[in-house]
Write a protein that binds this ligand. Sequence first.
Ligand SMILES: [Zn+2]
Length: 183
Amino acid sequence: MVDVASKVGVPSRHATTHVGLYPRHARASHRANSREPAPAEAANLTGCSFSSASITYRVSHGSWTGTINSWGGTDVNFTSVSSGQKISLGTYHDSSVTTDGVATWTCSGGTTSHAFVTYNRYYTDGYPALKLRSVANHEMGHALGLAHRSGCYLMNGSTPTRYDTCGIYVRGTDETNAINSLY
Ligand SMILES: [Zn+2]
């Protein structure tokens, strides 16, 4: 059981790193113990985004309501559907990786046609609720078009940095502005 109070000095057993250039299938996963480069100036973009601000989604597994509500507070609006969704939300369980979440998306000419957004329950089952939110919101940020950024930001690819050190679990002003510029 993980205590919310253990925010300081938690070793980075698991985190996340973006390994994606964006050919057809881009992938953002996250690696433990990565060093952070110097902070960037503003939100970074993947170069891929959906063609419309009205985005359909379907939840197969997991707790995604907070993420939908959070990102739905931007110019993006989400609609739950039972098929034909733009974003598929789910979970997986993999003890063999150091990643606690993965987002993948299919992109052509800068337009995303579909994205999978997932978190790894092998790790997240031991997370307090806000830490899970941090991972889920981060992965959704990728699907919507945000790339990694160092420093205390939602799009920092390291969960130990983003959450344990910085306490970040929702988007900030820069992320909001970036999404609203895309949609
Ligand atoms: Zn990431």
